[in-house]
Design a protein around this ligand. Structure first.
Ligand SMILES: [Zn+2]
Ligand SMILES: [Zn+2]
Length: 492
């Protein structure tokens, strides 16, 4: 048996781990490389294994860095089943359709500036940056991929993959349907359990039930996105955001929040609802969810109240989606509705994608407000190197927005406690109750985060720690199964 790492290995994105059990090949996630990670591992490079040889895909959750290369895997010959929870399947469909659309749009935009197309690649260069945008797959590939999703997995219920090989999904508390997945390989006299953490949520997630992993594992593959730092608390972050909303309204300015469509938008909507209910925000404040994708995702969240936290469940009991509704909220799906937002004379709050201002409707709202010092731009998520969001967070005085040079005079705020990711303390709380595994493999982190978390894990007594590099293959020795106790003989 061996385990190989074909993404999120010594970097954050592109999660893709292959467990080979005597030729039965289990792929856990098949994500896209994003942001700076793309520079050293492009998405159109070979996977590092033959897609046709993969027997089954297990998908931890629907974020693009975990499911984004699935249609490419299918295009290159994978024909086995894909197993995920039902919400992950619904959300992955939304995410993959969006990814295919985006690639087609970028490729079309690049074609106008292209002088000579290389016959060897399908990509097209970006006119401004000269970067090549690979058209990895199109909508029909996404349809082919969705057709391979098998009967959905339920939390805690083992799924038989092959004789002696089972998988079980366990709540990871990260986004709706997110899972840690344990593969158990049973052979005569041997039993080996390998746990893949997937992405983990904070110890107390904003909307979801907390993570619930199995505790007795022989090997653990663990994410370490924030392995070296602590987040501001959710409660403190909420207060900070409320302060920005109140101050901006008193100046008659507008608040723009670049929002990730999946989880962050729903977290924020539930926080707004709470404030409206408690009377901490005026009932006539206009709040817009200006993102068709975030609107779709919000509807999916409304369909799974049983996966939400107890408090969220109590609030949704009144009706589907109730948790996210409050006076003053408008969900604007069409482009025309979106444009009409700017005609509203009163103070308003706009949640729009993309989360790092690398595209989407937020660009249009920001171009209206960027030189208005009465307004506020609030970042509630990580801003990757090279994005417009990151340049503004880093204090750029001028930026180019929709082809126009603009002065940045809008008030900017960065609030980091809304993350759907565990911080160092949460990661430790996740693994502390477990028995120390034979080896823990640290993945899904930048180098400082990986080494920072290695240090704290060593202090916990987890001494066999390995940080794999891309395409590394590691032998996994099988473990002898615990000796069965003799059944107790009842005394007569
Ligand atoms: Zn994730
Ligand atoms: Zn991830």
């Amino acid at each position: 048996m061996n385990l190989s790492f074909h993404g999120a290995a010594s970097c954050v994105t592109g999660s893709c781990h292959l467990l080979d059990v005597d030729g039965f090949r289990i792929l856990v996630d098949c994500g896209m490389f994003q942001g700076p990670d793309e520079l050293f591992s492009s998405n159109d490079m070979p996977f590092g294994f033959d897609p046709e040889s993969v027997s089954v895909v297990l998908l931890t959750h629907a974020h693009l860095d975990h499911c984004g290369r699935l249609p490419l895997l299918v295009k290159k010959g994978f024909r086995g089943p894909i197993i995920a929870t039902l919400p992950t399947r619904y959300l992955a469909e939304i995410v993959l359709w969006d990814a295919a659309h985006l690639q087609e749009e970028k490729t079309r935009a690049g074609e106008g500036g292209e002088r000579r197309r290389s016959p060897r690649t399908e990509g097209s260069p970006d006119r401004r940056s000269g970067q090549r945008h690979a058209l990895l797959y199109t909508l029909p590939d996404v349809i082919d991929t969705m057709a391979l999703f098998a009967r959905p997995a339920e939390y805690e219920m083992p799924v038989n993959l092959a004789p002696g090989i089972d998988a079980s999904f366990h709540n990871a508390g990260h986004i709706l349907g997110s899972s840690s997945i344990r593969v158990t390989v049973t052979r005569p006299g041997r039993k080996t359990r390998i746990l893949f953490s997937g992405d983990l949520g904070p110890e107390v997630p904003a909307l979801l039930s907390p993570s619930d992993p199995p505790l007795d594992n022989d090997y653990v593959v663990m994410e370490t996105t924030y392995g070296d730092r602590l987040h501001r608390s959710f409660a403190a972050s909420k207060e900070e955001l409320l302060g920005v909303l109140t101050d901006t309204r008193s100046r008659k300015g507008n608040v723009l929040i670049p929002t990730f469509a999946l989880e962050r938008a729903q977290d924020l909507l539930s926080v707004f609802r709470e404030w409206f209910q408690e009377g901490r925000l005026p009932k006539d404040l206009h709040v817009f969810l200006d993102s068709p994708m975030a609107i779709d995702v919000t509807q999916i969240y409304g369909r799974f109240p049983e996966l939400l936290s107890e408090e969220a469940r109590r609030l949704t009991a009144a009706g589907e989606g109730q948790l996210f509704l409050f006076p003053g909220l408008r969900m604007t799906r069409s482009a025309q509705e979106s444009r009409s937002i700017r005609d509203i004379p009163d103070s308003r709050v706009v949640l729009a994608g993309s989360g790092m201002i690398s595209g989407g409707r937020i660009l249009h709202h920001l171009s209206q407000e960027i030189d208005n010092p009465r307004s506020s731009l609030v970042f509630v998520g990580f801003q990757s190197e090279g994005t417009l969001g990151r340049r503004i967070v880093d204090g750029a005085k001028t930026v180019t927005l929709l082809g126009r040079e603009c002065d940045v005079r809008i008030g900017t705020h960065f609030i980091n406690g809304f993350s759907a990711h565990a911080d160092q303390g949460d990661l430790l709380d996740w693994c502390r109750p477990m028995k120390a595994p034979e080896t823990v493999f640290l993945v899904h982190g930048e180098r400082p985060s990986l080494s920072g978390f290695r240090e704290v894990l060593e202090k916990e007594g987890w001494t066999r720690i390995h940080i794999p590099v891309l395409h590394e293959i590691v032998e996994i020795p099988e473990k002898p199964s615990a000796r069965k106790r003799k059944p107790a003989v009842s005394q007569i």
